[in-house]
Design a protein. Structure first.
Length: 102
């Protein structure tokens, strides 16, 4: 932004810094009903993981209760959560997907 002083004819450049947007973790939560293979398929389909990566995250979900699928800006994270939840309901699974600020 350029500013002008009243008492002189000097223009100064004022630098502004914009903070990067906050990032959100998208996580899948464990439940006792969703098959492990379905969770792996979801991780591959919506998060672009290969089978090995998806299996690692699925096992983390199974053993620790939750697994991080990715870290995204808020609007992307919200879209991922909605896509996963909709897909799970369409296939009659109670798989939960949530987001939290990183």
């Amino acid at each position: 932004m350029v500013t002008r002083r009243q008492d002189e004819s000097l223009l100064e450049l004022e630098k502004t810094r914009v903070k990067p947007p906050p990032l959100f973790k998208v996580m899948v939560l464990n439940d006792d009903y969703t098959p492990m293979d379905f969770v792996v398929a979801v991780l591959q389909k919506f998060f672009g993981m290969n089978r090995e990566q998806a299996t690692r995250v699925m096992l983390k979900v199974h053993t620790e209760g939750a697994g991080v699928c990715g870290i995204y800006p808020k609007d992307v994270a919200a879209s991922k959560v909605e896509q996963v939840c909709t897909f799970a309901r369409q296939h009659q699974h109670p798989l939960a997907c949530v987001m939290e600020e990183n």
